[in-house]
Ligand binder design. Sequence first.
Ligand code: XIL
Length: 463
Amino acid sequence: MGSAVVVQSSAPAAAAETTLRAAAAKAGLFFGVAASPNRLYPIVGQEFSQLTPENDMKPDRIATSSGGLQNTSGADTLVNHAQSNNMLVRGHTLVWHSQAGALQGASQATLNTFIGNAINRWGSRIAYWDVVNEALEDNNTGRRRNQWPHTMNRDANGDGDFFDAGDTDVIRDSFIRAKQVVQAGGLTTKLCINDYDVDGLTVQGGTPNRKANALYDIVRNYRQYIDCVGFQAHFNDNPNSIITDDLQANIQRFADLGVEVHITELDIDDDLSNNDIGAGQAENYRKVVRACLNVAQCTGITVWGISDSESWRSSERGLLFTGGNGSYQKKAAYHAVLDELNKGRNPTTPPTTPPVTPSVPPTTPPATGCSATVSLNSWTGGFVATVRVTAGTAPISGWSVQLTLPSGATVTNAWNANRSGSSGTVQFSNVSYNGSVNAGQSTEFGFQGVGTATGLTPVCSAA
Ligand code: XIL
């Protein structure tokens, strides 16, 4: 690294932001914290732009056995505090095997009642709800948990899946209910699935992360109801809880399904000794933040508490501050996170080695202008397309891509591109940060839609 030449841009460097929330906002994501009503010190609104109730919105706190609400004052306090400090709220959590309280053992009908009551109570004041939390089993089996609410899964014809008419699936059915409530109320709330040990493509020793793969399959299958995926990211010495260097690739593959990805409950054991990619805690924090920043659809990071001593795992000293009771001191990990956020989504330091030439060159290399290829991820009733725009032998300063969708297919949203039209011939063009592409280099955008999109032939024009 020592010999890397840092290219100075002619514009003066923007002043670094001095709080996590400001630095994150500049990079286009939120930086949040788990909180409780007795810990709403000024630092909460100063450093953080999103709040997750650490315990006050869990069923054991707010649900009655018939799916009604009770004891919502703590949750109300947190939502009000967030609102007056201009923070987003993540509702946590509707369907969970743990801290289920009076809902333990409840039927899907009762869960559905609770889902409706809880979502409607706070409406769009909740930006994201964890609809289903921790549905998958420990120890990298890739199976669903053999623990209530799995009892609401029913494989009616015994073919080994939950997809047939007559089958029930607590994950799907809870999301369907939540989506109905959101749509009926015209709410902006996004619906998330959240889990732990799903962070990397692999776990210790390079073993495939089957739990992450199982989550991926769930999101792909039920994509029409699921808006976002949370990686809890409680990193510790468990071999399935480590930080691997394929964290970013795993975030990316979920993002490619068209969902937002969040790091939802981040803490990092300060003696994490058997991880693949990091030495000290600060360095590990930096890596997690960078992995998120490098994926445009990774739209938020939340740490699970303010200070080590007030953490649910205080012995791991896994957070960004020491101290307590409103008086906190920043750790090295804090400074590393702030610094990484301040670098923004696009790293400013050029790679130390020249980019590797792709091993499979395009069959007909474009002379000048640009070319585009599309890769498609489809499921029954929907699809996500990722389009790669490659500049020809000369740099380009803007691009547009035209695609004709088969009849019945409609684009519902796009990222990293402006869009005009949603069916038939649809036009995409660069946004401010991805119009300039050097000769032979590429950039990507994506879009999501309903219906079937086959035989897409993108036509690229350069500006
Ligand atoms: C933890 C809280 O931090 C503790 O205070 C509580 O005693 C138990 O739950 N995954 C989750 C969180 O989704 O809700 C958990 O929070 C931590 C693990």
